[in-house]
Write a protein that binds this ligand. Structure first.
Ligand code: DC
Length: 223
């Protein structure tokens, strides 16, 4: 149990393109809570390591880089060493690279304190893969948000096309499936339904319906 002075956390985990980022930030907005997009941190390590020419098989160097990189978040934007990299970290390439370096325990350890530092009053909504299982095991509400792989690929396809990025559906499906396997089968903090988590299947739900369900669950959990 958390003490009354510890700010509340809602942990929302789920696979790639499950919509958890959109849903989590709307839940945070509705409650006036802070928001942590933990995937952005892994994507930042991916970008920083590419910029610095650090190889993906060099776990110690990636761990040091993750501990030392200067990151900040402001007005919904992400900065690396003072540069706005909000768009640069969102590419499919950075997502795949992030998933590959996220298997390393040294990288995960380096990002642990940074993630926990987002827990501030009046509360936090945190999304990722191990928010409920590892980073905030005492979260007031744990949600595992998911959708079928086809629904997720279609959502991602529409997002990318809307941004003017051309992409083939079959490549997208294959990337998603490979990332699902890598994120779920790794030894360190794999994606899983944490003990006590409630599963929210969103293939047939609108964003508003998913947000409302989580707000209702949070209200019942806080009573
Ligand atoms: O949520 P995302 O697609 O932005 O995350 C990118 C990658 O980062 C994801 O494939 C796995 C990794 N990740 C992780 O291992 N643990 C987290 N808490 C968040 C993301």
């Amino acid at each position: 149990m958390t003490s009354p002075s510890t700010p509340s956390v809602i942990a929302i985990d789920g696979p790639t393109a499950s919509g958890k980022g959109t849903v989590a930030s709307l839940v945070a907005g509705a409650l006036g809570f802070h928001y942590l997009d933990s995937g952005a941190l892994y994507r930042l390590v991916a970008l920083a390591s590419e910029n610095q020419g650090v190889n993906l098989d060099n776990e110690p160097a990636l761990g040091v880089l993750a501990a030392k990189m200067a990151v900040s978040f402001s007005d919904g934007k992400v900065f690396l060493e003072g540069e706005d990299v909000s768009e640069a970290i969102r590419t499919e390439n950075m997502g795949v690279r992030a998933s590959k370096l996220a298997v390393y325990p040294q990288v995960r350890r380096s990002l642990m304190d940074l993630q926990r530092s987002f827990r501030m009053a009046p509360g936090l909504v945190a999304d990722g893969r191990d928010m409920a299982s590892v980073i905030f095991p005492d979260a007031q509400l744990k949600v595992f948000l998911t959708a079928s792989v086809t629904a997720r690929a279609e959502r991602r396809y529409k997002q990318l096309i809307a941004k003017g990025i051309s992409v083939k559906m079959e490549n997208l499906l294959q990337d998603l499936q490979e990332r699902d396997v890598r994120d779920s089968k790794r030894g360190s903090a794999p994606l899983l339904v944490a003990q006590g988590a409630r599963v929210l299947e969103t293939s047939e739900l609108s964003i508003d319906q998913a947000v409302k369900r989580i707000l209702d669950w949070y209200q019942s959990a806080s009573c």
